[in-house]
Design a protein around this ligand. Structure first.
Ligand code: NAD
Ligand code: TDX
Length: 360
């Protein structure tokens, strides 16, 4: 029975990934979810799987080498899927050091523990072990020319403290591959959207604000471009790389779905109009007049766009959910899960929001 150690499994992509593999592999796998439950981690994302015999949650910090080593001692881990990170660019601009600690040092702790558990006496590694490091397209920097794309060979040029910390963690993984022949893969994915995303990121923030009749804060001229992928398609890509990816290789994941931020906000407003019936207060509140262009993000990358040629041709990955369908599913999920939104925004979220955007 294969054991997956998923770090950051209580976060947005991690919880979607746990749902994805438990649905796909059922009781034939075991899942251990290691998460420190920061502001971004929420166990209610996993309520429906928490009672399963083949799922276990361990509250631990990836920076805590002792705690992580203990997990490898008590579980025969086959695959590490390393999601745990500080993931929000705006927060990294305010507190870069937290990003270095979790994303760089935390990744080093995970790599050391896996290496210690998996290395054989002859310096080789036990059969069937793999460390999948989940990374981002932001490590490649920013694009301007519309015909340009990020390939696995594109040189790293991170700009934000977040992307610099992710780039550093990627280089650490590459160093373990080159130095120890450590069995790892890296995936660099574009912007994800879907259920369980914390409302600090563009799409859930705009959905939440629109439904509550709040301002819709768009940075700069709103023309920065992101390449959006439905989270389940990302999870499928990660699973394929775990199963079939060549050891030591990097795979870019993205579905050629580039959109300007302002277009995303307009699509969200139109979709809310479509999904809610006339007379619903939330429908009346979600108006374009609420769009406010505000001060730009410092060092704001202009455009990201992934070339997924390698994962498509080598592993046969392709996205299944087109944006029109994915955004509808996502908004419908937030409409059905207003309680989830209340819960995640009831703690420190309001302080963060007021600091970031000013109190309304
Ligand atoms: P998230 O912020 O929603 O979740 C991060 C999770 O990690 C949370 O559950 C949090 O509690 C946990 N965590 C944070 N610090 C920890 C620590 N020190 N020890 C243990 N757990 C800790 O993030 P996400 O959007 O799900 O992103 C997951 C991963 O995917 C990250 O590595 C991110 O860089 C990468 N990624 C994200 C996107 C995206 O669009 N969201 C795109 C590409 C790559
Ligand atoms: O209020 C906002 N207004 C706005 O205009 C917010 C929160 C964002 N934006 C803009 C900034 C970006 O151009 O929208 C775009 C998307 O912003 P985010 O959702 O913060 O994502 P981004 O900065 O692109 O980073 C995301 O994608 C790559 C994730 O947060 C990362 O974890 C991932 O690695």
């Amino acid at each position: 029975m294969k054991t997956y150690l998923v770090t950051g499994g209580a976060g947005f992509i991690g919880s979607n990934f746990i749902h994805y593999i438990l649905k796909k592999y059922g009781d034939s796998i075991r899942v251990v979810n290691l998460d420190a439950l920061t502001y971004a981690g929420n166990l209610s994302n996993l309520e429906d799987v928490s009672g399963r015999d083949n799922y276990e949650f361990i509250k631990a910090d990836i920076r805590d080498a002792e705690a992580v080593r203990e997990i490898f001692k008590t579980h025969d881990v086959d695959v590490v899927v390393h999601f745990a990170a500080e993931s929000h660019v705006d927060r990294s601009i305010r507190t870069p050091e937290v990003f270095v600690e979790t994303n760089v040092l935390g990744t080093c702790v995970m790599l050391n523990a896996a290496r210690e558990a998996w290395e054989k006496e002859d310096g080789g590694f036990k059969e069937g072990k793999k460390f999948l490091h989940v990374s981002t397209d932001e490590v490649y920097g920013s694009l301007s020319d519309p015909g340009e794309y990020f390939y696995e060979t594109t040189p790293y040029a991170p700009h934000s403290p977040y992307s610099a910390s992710k780039a550093s963690s990627d280089f650490l993984v590459k160093a373990y591959v080159d130095t120890y022949h450590f069995p790892a893969n890296i995936t660099n994915c574009s912007n994800n959207y879907g259920p369980y995303q914390f409302p600090e990121k563009l799409i859930p923030l705009m959905i939440n604000n629109a439904l509550k009749g709040r301002d819709l804060p768009v940075y700069g001229d709103g023309k920065n471009v992101r390449d959006w992928l439905y989270v389940e398609d990302h999870c499928k890509g990660i699973d394929m790389v775990i199963e079939k990816g060549r050891i030591g290789e990097t795979y870019n994941i993205g579905g050629h779905n580039e959109k300007e931020n302002i277009e995303i906000v307009r699509i969200i407003l139109d979709t809310i109009q479509e999904l809610l019936t006339q007379g619903d207060d939330r429908r009346e509140m979600a108006q374009k007049s609420r769009i406010k262009f505000i001060e730009d993000r410092k060092g704001h990358d202009r455009r990201y766009a992934i070339a997924p040629d390698k994962i498509s041709s080598e592993l046969g990955w392709k996205p299944e959910t087109m944006f029109a369908e994915g955004i509808k599913k996502t908004i419908a999920w937030y409409l059905d899960n207003e309680e989830w939104m209340e819960r995640v925004t009831s703690g420190d979220y309001q302080n963060y929001y007021d600091r970031m955007y000013g109190a309304e």
